[in-house]
Design a protein around this ligand. Structure first.
Ligand SMILES: *Cc1c(COP(=O)(O)O)cnc(C)c1O
Length: 367
């Protein structure tokens, strides 16, 4: 049986049939990324130069005027919020998250008041912000946002994510229009998004990304956007940002991951994804009590998964639990298991995983 580093501390190897999930370690890094991280970890550098150079390189991918590297997307939100509040006034940087007397309100559509493992409002508060929810959970209009704006407003925020309510919300374009009209910065949380340039091109002032999701970097993130606001975000490392610092190896690993992402053969990886899903579906369809078909990602991204139905609806939750219980543990997407449906994502499979998954399901269905 294949082993993993986690065996050495008594933990089971995981086959990730779920996707880029934080609970499973988000993504794995390529040999190229890991090699660059090893080299960075074993040599010194003037850290301020590394941060600034990393910002320049990131901006060359995003088209932002400037960028700052962060420890993850969550800390990117914290630093962005702290930056629009304390700017580069040292005394204010030093007293955050106490923002008494400063412009500190962050307005976001109520349907974007989500949790991604932690509430977005916690990140706003750590940065000294006061979250202001505009509109209703399933309807937020331009007027709702504009009526929430006052002399204490520090920024508008928009969460571009499948976690957000998708209907009844305003578009990013409308948020940009409002932000420009009132001369207030707009922060977009695009943590899991793949498009590095779209939101800058639409006119957002700050855009926050995770380095470990779409770009398969190490635990890291970055913010890209307007030069002055990025400077303010970076300045917060002297205050609330200190517990969120990124190590040299994290920064260099992120840069390598972005470089690889820029030259990635997307067509070839989509083709490999489709082929793996087809192999899986054929094998599953040959088993009694199951049917499978290939479906595209709900959000319309170029991601394909196997949709697995158990003839007996009640059996899906049982199958899911058994797959997790085995060794290696197999995690699939289970949010519809109550309807008798599981989804298998093949993008994170390593050699041999498809066979292991098929074999284990067969064993369970025949047992
Ligand atoms: C994952 C996610 C985050 C947090 O990203 P981390 O890099 O894990 O901090 C923030 N916002 C959204 C919408 C996310 O999906």
């Amino acid at each position: 049986m294949k082993t993993s580093i986690y065996d050495s501390i008594g933990l089971k190897r995981v086959i990730n049939a779920s996707g880029r999930m934080t609970v499973l370690g988000v993504s794995t890094q390529s040999d190229g990324v890991v090699k660059s991280m090893t080299q960075a970890a074993q040599s010194f550098v003037w850290m301020e130069d590394l941060y600034l150079k990393a910002g320049e390189i990131i901006s060359s991918y995003t088209g932002g005027e400037a960028s700052v590297v962060t420890s993850c997307a969550s800390s990117g939100i914290v630093l962005s919020v702290a930056g629009v509040i304390a700017r580069d006034t040292l005394a204010d940087i030093r007293r955050l998250p106490d923002s008494t007397g400063l412009k500190n309100e962050i307005i976001l559509p109520k349907g974007h008041v989500i949790q991604f493992g932690a509430p977005v409002t916690s990140m706003i508060r750590i940065g000294g912000g006061v979250p202001v929810e505009a509109g209703l959970a399933n309807e937020v209009t331009q007027r709702d946002i504009e009526e929430a704006i006052n002399e204490k407003t520090a920024a508008l925020m928009y969460i571009k994510s499948h976690h957000s309510v998708q209907k009844g919300m305003l578009s990013i374009e409308s948020m940009v229009t409002i932000a420009k009209k009132h001369d207030i910065p707009l922060i977009i949380d695009a943590a899991a998004e793949e498009d590095l340039t779209a939101y800058i091109n639409l006119g957002a002032d700050l855009v926050v990304y995770s380095g470990s999701k779409a770009f398969e970097g190490p635990t890291s993130g970055f913010v890209t956007g307007k030069k002055d606001l990025i400077g303010y975000a970076y300045a917060q490392y002297k205050g609330v940002g200190r517990p969120m610092k990124v190590g040299k190896e994290g920064i260099v690993g992120l840069l390598k991951a972005l470089e690889e992402y820029a030259t990635k053969d997307v067509a070839a990886s989509v083709e490999a994804n489709i082929e793996a899903v087809n192999t899986l579906c054929d094998a599953l369809n040959a088993m009694d009590g199951l049917s499978a078909r290939m479906i595209q990602d709900e959000a319309g991204r170029e991601i394909y998964r196997a949709e697995l139905r158990t003839d007996d609806k009640l059996k899906a939750s049982w199958l899911e639990a058994q797959l997790i219980d085995g060794n290696p543990a197999i995690y699939c997407r289970s949010y519809r298991s109550n309807d008798g449906v599981l989804y298998l994502d093949t993008r994170s499979f390593v050699a041999g995983d498809i066979e292991s998954v098929i074999e284990r399901i067969k064993e369970l269905m025949e047992g």
